[in-house]
Design a protein around this ligand. Structure first.
Ligand code: F6R
Length: 262
């Protein structure tokens, strides 16, 4: 794991965007794994800027989103499908045929999830997966005690995640869907590179447990300790409970410039 502590969320997001942009320039048909929620918003803004001002070309990129709420139509204003088109896809030149987001309205969920896995495999696998993290340590919507071997499937959100996500549902917990389709932890771990972003004090405990705690199903993100190329990109407040924060800064400052966005 490489932990990169930034002065604030914008600097962190710009750094993450440089990693994405470098991949897309080197491999124009890259496969990106994408997340929703508040965390990646500034990353998407920066990628939109790079597209508009520097011609970053997404026309051959394929994307797979991590998750979607069960029961929300793709056009629903609170669906993750709507979120992705509103916040990102409609403002870059991605080919709509190359966009994959789980469909929360399918009737045969297990068959659909198997097909989603096959699509990821047929695309050549995810080159770079963007992750946020829940305050309870979830990645995708793999809540605590999810199997590290899990694949795309239906999950039930914890009460804490429902409460945390109510901000996207007019602050009304009662209307936050309880179920979602999410890539599994096993699916996520097959990505070649992982960028996990976390901002704000609310994430500090989850980040400390993920980076410095034992690998345990109670903290799903802790499995990233076993990933060969996982970068944890933080702002100051999300790094506040890391025991080795000074060491991570020292490591980063000592890297040659050519390695810093790699
Ligand atoms: C979203 C996702 C979730 C979020 C996490 C953090 O696609 O997979 O794991 O990344 O719930 O959400 P925010 O960024 O809103 O704090």
């Amino acid at each position: 794991m490489e932990v990169i502590i930034n002065s604030d969320a914008r600097v962190a997001s710009e750094r993450a965007a440089r990693v994405v942009a470098r991949l897309v320039r080197e491999k124009p048909d890259a496969v990106l794994g994408l997340a929703t929620g508040s965390t990646p918003l500034m990353l998407y803004e920066e990628l939109i800027r790079l597209h508009a001002q520097e011609g970053l070309d997404f026309s051959r990129v394929t994307s797979f989103n991590l998750d979607e709420y069960v029961g929300l139509d793709s056009d629903h204003k609170w669906s993750y499908n709507h979120f992705m088109w509103d916040k990102f896809f409609s403002r870059i030149n991605i080919n709509p045929d190359n966009v994959n987001i789980p469909d929360g309205m399918v009737t045969d969920i297990p068959a659909y999830c198997d097909a989603y896995e096959r699509q990821i495999a047929q695309s050549g696998g995810v080159d770079l997966q963007i992750l946020g993290i829940g305050a309870d340590g979830h990645i995708g919507f793999n809540e605590p005690t999810s199997s590290f071997a899990s694949r795309t499937r239906i999950k039930t959100l914890t009460r804490r995640t429902v409460a945390d996500n109510a901000c996207f549902f007019d602050d009304d917990e009662a209307i936050v869907p309880r179920h979602c389709i999410t890539m599994g932890i096993g699916t996520i771990m097959e990505s070649r590179t992982i960028l996990l972003l976390a901002f704000g004090e609310n994430k500090a405990d989850a980040i400390a447990a993920t980076v410095e705690g034992p690998v345990a199903a109670m903290v799903p993100a802790s499995i990233l300790q076993h990933h060969a190329d996982a970068k944890i990109i933080l702002d100051e407040s999300a790094s506040a409970r890391l025991q080795l924060a000074a060491y991570y800064r020292w490591v980063y400052e000592g890297k040659p410039e050519w390695q810093q966005d790699a």
